[in-house]
Design a protein around this ligand. Sequence first.
Ligand code: ADP
Ligand code: MG
Length: 578
Amino acid sequence: MNTDKRTRQKARLSIPPDILMTACIIASALLFSAGLFLSVTFWFKTYLFAACVILAGYDILFDALIKLVKRRSFDKNILIFVAAVGAFFIGRAPEGAAVVLIFRFGALLQDKLVGRLRNAIEGFLDSRAEIDNNASTTSAFDDSTVSRILKIIEEADNKKSKKEKTITRFARIFTLGVIAIAVILGVFVPLIGGLDAHSWMNIAFGLLVVSVPSALAISVPLTYFSGFGRASKQGVLYKSADVVDKVAHTTSVIFDKTGILTQGRYQVSEINANEISDERLLMLASYAELHSNHPIARAIVAAAEFELDYDKITDFREIKGKGTEVNIGGITVSAGNAMLMEELGLTPDISQAEASVVYIAVNGKYAGRILLTDTVRPDAKKAVKELHAIGIDRIAIFTGDRKEAAVDVASQLGIREFYAEYLPEEKVKRLKGLTDMQLPGDKLIFIGDGISDAPVLKAADVGAAMGGIGSDDAIEAADMVIMTDEPSKIVMAIKLARDTNRIVIQNILMAIAMKGIILLFILIGIAPMWLAVLSEGVVSIAAVYNAARAFGFSSREIWKVLLKKAPKDGEGLENETV
Ligand code: ADP
Ligand code: MG
């Protein structure tokens, strides 16, 4: 935001920029009243108004001129000056001065309000982190996590959204168009028509003032920023404004099974050994799984109640989506699913149980199977129910696990669509297929664990990594991060994205509608040019107010923040739930 730039430039002076600017505006306002109310000569009044323009606007004029000369880039603010100076020439000095004064005051107020809102939101997140740290000993949010969260929000804030880019383009065309009309009305019409040149020029200068859009520019990124802040305090991080827009248009949600819908904590429920003892089968399987991080592997190792000797293992190999293979003191043990057994040319004794199964082969000979069950997260039930309630039509499960285990979870959750026994690359393919089936504009979210599911996260319209704020890989691969182990957070994330999106659109429409009305009024000559700047200022403030709503502040809190300061710790956020 250009506040930073201004602040940086002013930093060379020792007077705080805010105070200097406020002082200039007050002085300018005093001169303006003097010009209006003192009974002095016409010329003296004109000097007073000119001084008023210089005091209020010298710094933006200076900035605009530097930009023009050094970077050959055109700063729209300069149009305000052209209009003001023009007003002086057609004998409307008070109006010219009023335009600059109101414009400057509006800009100052806007900067202040935006600054206060941003501080309030950042302060809130910080204080929330402190509260969390002081409470639960093992806090989910330690200092490095908090700085990580703030960094993600900051990066998301720095990425220009599609909407913002479109608006910038629109604003440029609008400005040029209005300038063109102003030139025609102010220069050509009086030349040809010999009409009352002053009135036409008055309209033309009014148009120049209208052509400078400022409310639009601030309101969009600010609203998204509020949305990021609100989501993060409920445990969800979006990586950009475009992600928020996509999430708002979600129609399908696909969940990875293990660790997302289920706890990811398997328990051995049955052992069926072939020709060897169950204990020996479990021991061999444990050796095979000792080096694997798969939740199934962890469960088998945990079930083994004997000491395992790491030195005995040589040649550990993990076969992605299938299982593992090791050499234990000369014996080759393979542990994995039916696909792995097929690869070995074995026909295992297929279990019909609604459970996950690991088949074990020793030296290429089938040796038995271990059945495992995982528990569905109670929160997953809530997630499915609430997703239906907010109108998400398609909910599906992806898993590399076998069909029977998927059926078990799907039936417990009331999900009808599932894709089981999928290798990681098959998940990606299927996901693309499902995405292609969507109507244009509809979006699909995939929720996975961010480590083994990284390729699928990347392939989805929106990839959501759950429980993964600690891992860079997850953050890298995902478009959004659910920081807790609650799949139901996706419901909140969708509602919140819809909310943010709605407020962004409201702000855009409000700004455009106001511009349109004022443009019309100026064109038919019933609005003075200062009204154009005033209305822009009012719309900017309304937009900031609206953006604050996107953070979840109540009206009372918004006024507190905007008028004075951020709510203190513990205070605030009356409507915490979306
Ligand atoms: P998911 O996380 O959806 O289960 P994975 O690709 O991680 O998908 O695993 C797919 C399947 O491959 C598992 O359900 C399991 O049957 C088998 N598998 C993967 N790794 C192992 C392992 N270390 N031990 C036994 N089976 C495994
Ligand atoms: Mg997995």
